[in-house]
Design a protein around this ligand. Structure first.
Ligand code: FES
Ligand SMILES: [Fe+2]
Length: 359
């Protein structure tokens, strides 16, 4: 399914972000993920739970169900379900079939994110769960500032967003106002490589002189003390859902002008969870490992990412309109600068293909 050359839109045997930990409370909420209607809540002992969101009795949706003593109570006739999904009681009596159960989806809470395994629960692969310590979203990391940005309900397929995130040549156009100066950056040729098993598309500014009032000054003030720094701007794919862009990673320079120590890491983390084949939950997080308590900086960075992402959403929703129902429109004209996006598509295609071969 365009833009990925595969019969389906996304791989299922993967971990996707279901939401932020702070959304999980003792109140049930619902979300469609990969076309599955799912309900979420947190038990009294703090464990997040995900169950299929349709009652087995007469198919009532459960996203507005009440949670009573950790049991989800269907609003229609009161069947109640425990955290394993098994029906625990039927108010009108009668035997409870062992088939009276909701599907349980495995969840893992890691940092501010709750991840859901969307594949067969019996074939769960923990090794596929990202542990992104490099961007402060790994297990038990507290020495990072993590800012939660806006969640967009994007009426466009996830593949278009993945494509967009690895395509920096659009910065000079749709983000010309929100990212001034980015236009010249895209003239720097990108490097496409695999680092620690992850696709990385990067651009380097070998020596950026510090200028008061510049973008670097505003967003990474810690660079001030260094005069000139080495900047790495890169986008990586941890898995189909987690695609951070550095903004940038800043290194000090050795006396002979080589990158030395990483002095600041700023990350605009894009989280791409397909809602359906034609819509996407686009979560966003900004992480940094400096000026942890600087709320003003957090606001600047969050406002910036929300503005930039809103521009992408408008663009991708417009593209979705032109291709929806016209899957033959695959003959694109690409150039060298599109290689990053094409590499990302290839990864998605191979993941989908290998799943379909096993099935
Ligand atoms: S539909 Fe849920 S109890 Fe009847
Ligand atoms: Fe963009």
């Amino acid at each position: 399914m365009y833009p990925v050359e595969a019969p389906v839109a996304y791989p299922r045997s993967q971990w996707y972000v279901a939401g932020y930990g702070e959304e999980f409370t003792q109140k049930v909420f619902g979300r469609l993920i990969l076309g599955d209607r799912i309900i979420f809540y947190r038990t009294a002992d703090g464990a997040p739970v995900a169950l299929s969101g349709r009652c087995v009795h007469r198919f009532m949706p459960l996203e507005n169900a009440e949670l009573k003593n950790d049991l989800v109570v269907c609003p229609y006739h009161g069947y109640s379900y425990g955290k394993t999904g098994q029906c625990q009681s039927i108010p009108t009596g009668g035997a409870i079939s062992k088939h009276a159960r909701l599907r349980r989806y495995p969840l893992v809470e890691r940092g501010p994110l709750v991840w859901i395994w969307m594949g067969d629960p019996d074939k769960l692969q923990m090794e596929r769960l990202p542990n992104p310590v490099e961007i402060g979203l790994g297990d038990g990391q507290s020495d990072w500032c993590v800012v939660i940005a806006k969640t967009f309900s994007m009426k466009a397929r996830a593949g278009l967003l993945v494509d967009n995130l690895f395509d920096l040549s659009h910065l000079a156009f749709i983000h010309s106002q929100s990212l001034p100066g980015a236009g010249s950056l895209v003239m720097v040729p990108p490097k496409i490589e695999t680092v620690d098993g992850r696709l990385r598309v990067s651009r380097v500014i070998p020596k950026m002189e510090f200028e008061p009032g510049s973008g670097l000054d505003r967003t990474i003030p810690v660079a001030r003390q260094h005069g000139a720094v080495y900047c790495l701007l890169h986008t990586e794919m941890y898995n189909p859902c987690l695609i951070p862009s550095s903004g940038p990673w800043v290194y000090s320079l050795t006396a002979d002008g080589q990158p030395d120590k990483l002095i600041a890491s700023l990350n605009f983390v894009h989280i791409v969870t397909p809602e359906t084949e034609h819509s996407t939950h686009y979560f966003g997080v900004v992480t940094r490992n400096y000026e942890l308590d600087n709320d003003e900086l957090s606001t600047i960075q969050m406002t910036q990412t929300d503005k930039v992402r809103a521009e992408d959403v408008i663009c991708l929703e417009a593209i979705e309109q032109t291709i929806d129902g016209d899957e033959s429109s695959r003959r694109e004209i690409s150039t060298k600068v599109d290689e990053g996006s094409i590499a990302a598509r290839r990864i998605l295609r191979n993941l989908i293909k290998s799943e379909l071969e096993v099935a």
